[in-house]
Design a protein around this ligand. Sequence first.
Ligand code: ZN
Length: 480
Amino acid sequence: MTVAHAPRRPDRAAIFARMRDIVGPKGWIDGAADMERYVTEERAMYRGQASAVVRPASTAEVAAIVAAAAEAGIGIVPQGGNTSLCGGSVPGPGDEQIVLSLGRMNRVRAIDVMNYTMEVEAGCVLADLQRAAADADRLFPLSLAAEGSCQIGGNLSTNAGGTGVLRYGNARDLVLGLEVVLPDGSVIDGLGRLRKDNTGYDLRHLFCGAEGTLGIITAAVLKLFPKPRDQRTALIALPDIASAVPLLAKARAATGDAVTAFEYIDRICLDFVFKHTPDTVDPLAQRYRHYLLMELTTTADGDASLGERFEALMEQALADGLILDAAVAQNEAQSRQLWKLRESIPEAQKHEGASIKHDISVAVSRVPEFITRATDLVERALPGLRVVAFGHVGDGNVHFNLSQPIGADGAIFAAERPGLNSIVHELVHEMGGSFSAEHGVGQLKRGELVRYKSAAAVDVMRRIKAAIDPQNIMNPGKVL
Ligand code: ZN
């Protein structure tokens, strides 16, 4: 009797030994305690397993690790700052995979001041890039709550949003070129600094938002902008949420499109912040129900007209009944105080017990309708729950969070998540919106992807995945 020979996979222990040689002892972690923070996500909703955490220091090392993993069919979970909160950056169950952490690749390779670009490695922390750009008298405008620990490779892989999208776009809009290691270990060197390049499929946008399922972004050329010279920040009280939309439209037109942030804040968010965040006070004498944090900036030095245009806008909006009151920052410290109110909301909400979160988007003009209808639906579904709505209304992106009823059992409330998610996401779908505006899909929203994206679109996504990663080793179990 003859036995057909299946191609024998190389011994896994030998492959791991080879990986260890590639990165050296500094880049290799396999003790359970040391791996813990790489296999657990911050909210602890996901906890996976890995054979090892590999921390390469160069693109060549990433490529060699991936080639070795591909040979043995070992899954690879690319990881940046591990802050995305959807389970995309941590492994799933089963230890047939490694975490590939980009944290050691943290060099700014070049800043081209005249071209308004910088070339950076994937493991650079976002706040460090903001500082590097500022030191060169330029602005890198991506800005979000996790900027002190998130990494640019992860920001690009998840197409992160944040507070600067209204003026500067999402992470993918800030990229001119990418260097990517593909699932077979080959490298796309796409680090061009071109503003125009119409040469077929735009591969850069394939990897932005792919959440590491098609390859590993190892470096990028990012767009820079002139540094803002002056700003006006105000916390504005609205008579009703509907006024936010015409106010934004007017503000953009009346200020030469100087609006860089337009954040909605429901009163309950401020109540949580004043209660739980030290050194915060209400800047307005009276209590209102709906607020906006608006910021205008100008890049022109000594441009007095920004202040004039801002004051004219406020007077007109008051006369038109679009606003009730406003606290206007008189200096940078006061501006930071107002921003602190907005940025403290997620942390403050944690102190109010269990929460169920939604990161949705609809057309900007339909945000008030969404908040009103969604609030009505969830309050009827579970009387006593507290709607905690805030977010980037200027981009149509609302963090529609729900806090448990006061005194309720947190675990019992958390068990309502699937039902409440479904109520909110069905409404979003009906309104032509997205169930994930800026946090991505990860492990958390794979069901929603299949349910709400068109069958044709999901089919194309699956075919792209199969073509580029036929072994399904690149961040397996994520997105699709
Ligand atoms: Zn956000």
